[in-house]
Design a protein around this ligand. Structure first.
Ligand code: ZN
Length: 217
């Protein structure tokens, strides 16, 4: 069975502009992912998960949302992926220049509810005129913006935002590894590894775990 290190080798090829992923319909495949892999990644348009890992149709479950956040629904998917469809490796992929670095939950919520100052900050951060619905709602309860000082959308990589991404990768890993219905120790354990994908180079970099998960200030 291929392991995560094999996909990291594929990624090095991809970053060197020698892709291994085929986009052609391969014919019928089994329902169980052939590589026993589940990937949780951000929805960012610059990430093509199958390409950057060299995965073929039928190889893996790809679970995506804004930020690659380990939400209730991602946990739901991972439980089904492992217990019913036999995956045993999980890769978490965050990435540089992520939009989740550029706002906070409170800023977006108050902006949506009609706070003019919040709207101005969001407009200048995104380069798009923020139009507030001026209504309060019960859901979503959280947007899960990344912890730390916000920056303009699509800001170049630096030490601060790389650290912020690392924090959130670790928080995501912790949320999975400590879920009682996802076994990550003992026999039948699921392997969990976390990465930052650099959208300017095409390369994946592994995040050490355990480590810092962010401070309040
Ligand atoms: Zn993102």
């Amino acid at each position: 069975m291929a392991q995560i290190d094999d996909y990291l080798n594929n990624n090095r090829q991809y970053a060197n502009k020698q892709g291994v992923h085929s986009a052609i319909y391969p014919g019928p495949k089994p329902i169980r992912p052939a590589k026993r892999l589940a990937v949780v990644a951000c929805m960012d348009a610059r990430l093509d998960v199958e390409d950057l890992l060299g995965l073929e149709t039928g190889d893996a479950h790809i679970i995506r949302n804004a930020g690659g956040v380990v939400s209730d629904d991602v946990i739901r998917c991972l439980i089904i992926s492992h217990h019913l469809l036999d995956t045993n490796q999980i890769m978490l992929i965050h990435h540089t220049r992520c939009g989740m670095l550029a706002f906070t939950d409170d800023l977006l919520k108050t902006g949506l509810e009609g706070d003019a100052k919040a709207g101005q900050i969001l407009s200048s951060a995104t380069g798009r005129t923020f139009v507030s619905p001026q209504m309060s709602v019960a859901t979503p309860a959280a947007f899960h913006a990344f912890r730390g000082p916000i920056e303009p959308v699509d800001a170049p990589r630096d030490q601060t935002n790389t650290e912020r991404l690392s924090w959130d990768v670790r928080r995501s890993m912790s949320a999975i590894m400590n879920h009682p219905w996802i076994p990550t120790s003992g026999s039948g354990a699921v392997t969990v590894r976390g990465f930052i994908y650099d959208v300017d180079t095409g390369r994946l970099e592994e995040v050490t775990y355990p480590g810092p998960m962010g401070s309040f200030g």
